[in-house]
Design a binder for this molecule. Structure first.
Ligand code: UDP
Ligand code: MG
Length: 325
């Protein structure tokens, strides 16, 4: 049997109207280009009859696969489950709502397979979403994400993306991190990342499944990912450094206050009590804060030490060893 060239991963929540149509569209494109492929639908806790439709498709075609979640866990978890299951050399993710265009798949495949990119992110240059609901905030998001990650992408959150299989097997998409998969990939060392302008359509059926909280959560995740990528593996460098700075400021201020008090006593000049000097409390607080920051850094390092499975490296290739990939 021909090895699977393409795995199409589709996370979905209550998209019953679109599934059949999307399946036909993808199949027609892939059959025409003579690809061997699998389509993996991940039903993220739908309450409509999405799963029945997926099950029917699976019965009719062995290369259509389905994963059903017990409840709605979110798009990131759905992608994660899909990534665990994929077998194809090139993995494509796309939304189920017919907003992403399957005609893009052959070119995305070409970019990964033949041009050697680790990840190609779609760029919805012309977008069919309402201006204030998404376009403006999304421009801001992308600008901040570009700045913090150093990745020059225009559309981090595009559902349509293509990956080398190795990439999806190594990244852990948790929380709501699906918005920043290119950053996760970069942090794992997959740096050949680029983008391709893709066609975008207006949602044909139903409504968007993300509310306005997407913006706040999105920004919190962005700060989190920036912080994790910078200090996640060496918390002491952040907390410890600030701890030492704070403690030193406090200690030197306290020494100065104490020193000048002793000096005045020695020269029999009038001097106020150390505890009546407001600077004393500031110095004390700075020393305590410094100590706390240092302890936080130390605890962080201890946690890392104990949760570390020893697998902080990635093997590029092996000989005569059965790979788990
Ligand atoms: N989705 C999902 N789980 C969720 C929310 C959304 O699997 O909790 C799916 C959804 O069905 C769609 C894709 O993620 O296939 C993108 O969602 P949506 O179209 O609502 O997002 P938008 O296009 O508005 O950014
Ligand atoms: Mg959509």
């Amino acid at each position: 049997m021909k090895p699977i060239q393409l795995s199409i991963v589709i996370p979905l929540l209550n998209e019953a109207e679109s599934i059949q149509e999307l399946h036909e569209w993808i199949s027609s494109v892939l059959i025409e280009s003579n690809f061997s492929y699998e389509i993996i639908f991940i039903d993220d806790g739908s309450t409509d009859n999405s799963w029945t439709i997926i099950s029917d498709l699976c019965k009719k075609n062995e290369f259509v696969k389905g994963i059903r979640f017990l409840k709605n866990y979110g798009k990131s978890q759905a992608l994660h489950a899909g990534f665990e299951a994929v077998q194809g050399e090139v993995v494509i993710t796309m939304d189920a709502d017919l907003q992403d265009n399957p005609e893009e798949i052959p070119e995305l495949y070409n970019l990964i397979k033949n041009e050697g990119y680790h990840l190609i992110s779609g760029w919805k240059k012309v977008r069919y979403d309402s201006f204030f609901a998404k376009n403006l905030p999304s421009k801001l998001f992308n600008a901040v994400a570009r700045k913090t990650s150093g990745l020059q992408l225009h559309d981090f959150n595009c559902g349509l993306k293509a990956y080398q299989k190795e990439v999806v097997k190594h990244i852990k998409v948790t929380g709501e991190m699906h918005r920043y998969i290119p950053v996760l990939a970069k942090n794992e060392g997959f740096t050949k990342i680029s983008e391709k302008i893709v066609q975008h359509q207006a949602r044909k059926y139903g409504d968007t499944k993300f509310g306005s909280e997407r913006f706040i959560n999105g920004f919190l995740d962005l700060i989190n990912i920036w912080f994790l990528s910078k200090f996640g593996k060496r918390p002491m460098h952040f907390f410890g450094a600030w701890g030492v700075v704070m403690f030193s400021i406090g200690f030197l201020s306290a020494a100065w206050i104490g020193g000048s008090k002793l000096y005045k006593l020695y020269h029999q000049e009038p001097a106020i009590l150390v505890t009546n000097n407001p600077w004393f409390y500031i110095a004390l607080s700075a020393m305590l804060m410094g100590l706390l920051l240092f302890i936080a850094g130390f605890l962080g390092e201890l946690i890392l030490l104990n949760t570390n499975t020893g697998k902080n490296y990635k093997i590029k290739s092996t000989n005569n060893i059965k790979s788990h990939l």
